[in-house]
Design a protein around this ligand. Structure first.
Ligand SMILES: *Cc1c(COP(=O)(O)O)cnc(C)c1O
Length: 395
């Protein structure tokens, strides 16, 4: 008998990796709902604070239930270290802000989640950090922007909501040559369908609110990276600014994560079927899905993703009026700005998630008033196609 753990695969890791079992030998992961921890003696407290003995101190720094989720996410991502945060935006903002200094430069793809766009376009300049946006699919724009020293690049691929693809390998090589790091928001692809660290990214961030918890219950985020970056750059920021995840949310998310492969594979298969169906519909101007033959970046998508994901975006003929008639006629799919849920959700980006960026920026991104983003859930795909057929008829 040796102590070497067996080499395991993703589905096994999703239910076992990172488990911490208490001396009560519980089977399910325990919920350590405690803000603080105690010390048997003043000497022990002294040694713990001097980093001589590992011991939990305070749940803003770390908590055993949150540690289990962090260890599990690190294992499935293939990252050295993971830290979980209260929300996805806490993860993105901490990963971006922790290492930047005034006078530095950040480059980002224009197609970013709304709040990520605000951090780069509005917050960073307030601190004297130059922010440059490029068209994510245009390598000439990336080459021009990264011909100067750059501290950080923020990318989302596929992007929300138009499912544009950024060439992660190329952009990572250019970023490293410019002296910076790549922070990659991998929410849409999930840890199952795309491995940013293997493609050259330095830091991966998630909103665990989406597919990782997967059942629409609790908010959360995660930041994953190398031991060196996490310890030297991220940890001091994390400990002292306090974006920690609640142990309760970590406990719910651990249970959701167990079924990630089952959910994402089933939801992606349904999403692909729906995208194919939408393409045949006369009232649909275009359907966007990374694996569709008509997707302009299909080859690139397939070279960095192992599947198309759970989101389908489509544009209706007839603008906002058609989009609203479609959404109000849905009986199974519900109207929500969330995504990555077991329930199918439809969003009208122009009047909700992307309302604040303004008409001009929306036009640059191709988000017309006829665009609907569909997050495909776990319902029977035939029921979803019938719901879509019924809703198209209502236009
Ligand atoms: C939802 C989302 C976020 C923000 O996550 P929250 O958990 O809502 O804070 C960031 N990026 C992308 C791509 C998202 O979909």
């Amino acid at each position: 008998m040796t102590d070497t753990p067996p080499k395991t695969r993703l589905a096994t890791d999703l239910v076992h990796a990172g488990r911490i079992r208490s001396n009560l030998d519980e089977n399910a992961e325990a919920l350590f709902l405690t803000s603080g921890f105690t010390y048997e003696s003043a000497e022990l407290a002294e040694a713990v604070f001097a980093n001589q003995i590992p011991h939990y101190q305070y749940s803003r720094f770390s908590n055993p239930t949150v540690t289990m989720l962090e260890q599990r996410l690190a294992k499935i991502e293939g990252a050295e270290v993971c830290r979980c945060t209260a929300t996805g935006m806490a993860a993105v903002s901490a990963a971006v802000l922790c290492g930047l200094k005034s006078g530095q430069r950040v480059v980002a793809a224009r197609a970013l989640f709304g709040s990520c766009h605000w951090i780069v376009s509005t917050l960073l300049p307030q601190y004297g950090i130059e922010a440059v946006f490029v068209e994510g699919s245009n390598m000439d724009e990336w080459r021009a922007a990264l011909s100067q020293p750059t501290a950080l690049v923020l990318i989302e691929t596929p992007s929300n909501p138009m499912l544009d693809i950024v060439d992660l390998r190329e952009v990572a090589a250019l970023t490293h040559a410019a002296g910076g790091i790549v922070v990659m928001d991998n929410v849409f692809a999930t840890p199952l369908l795309q491995k940013p660290l293997e493609l050259g990214a330095d830091v991966v961030v998630y909103s665990t609110t989406k597919h990782i918890e997967g059942q629409g219950r609790v908010l959360g985020g995660a930041v994953l990276g190398s031991k060196q970056w996490m310890e030297e750059v991220f940890q001091p920021y994390f400990r002292n600014t306090g974006p920690a995840m609640s142990p309760f949310n970590a406990w719910v998310t651990l249970k959701g994560l167990e079924t990630l492969v089952l959910r994402v594979n089933a939801q992606s298969a349904s999403a692909e079927a729906i995208a194919n169906f939408l393409e045949t519909q006369p009232k649909v101007k275009r359907a966007l899905y990374p694996t569709l033959a008509s997707h302009p970046q299909r080859a690139l998508a397939m070279s960095q993703m192992s599947g198309g994901g759970t989101l389908v975006t489509f544009e209706l003929e007839g603008g906002k009026d058609a989009a609203f008639k479609f959404m109000n006629a849905m009986r199974i799919i519900t109207i929500s700005n969330n995504l990555g849920d077991t329930k199918s959700l439809a969003t009208h980006p122009a009047t909700t998630t992307h309302m604040r960026i303004g008409a001009e920026e929306r036009a640059k991104l191709g988000i017309s008033d006829g665009v609907i983003r569909l997050s495909v859930g776990l319902e029977d795909v035939q029921d979803l196609i019938e719901d879509i057929t019924r809703s198209l008829a209502a236009i």
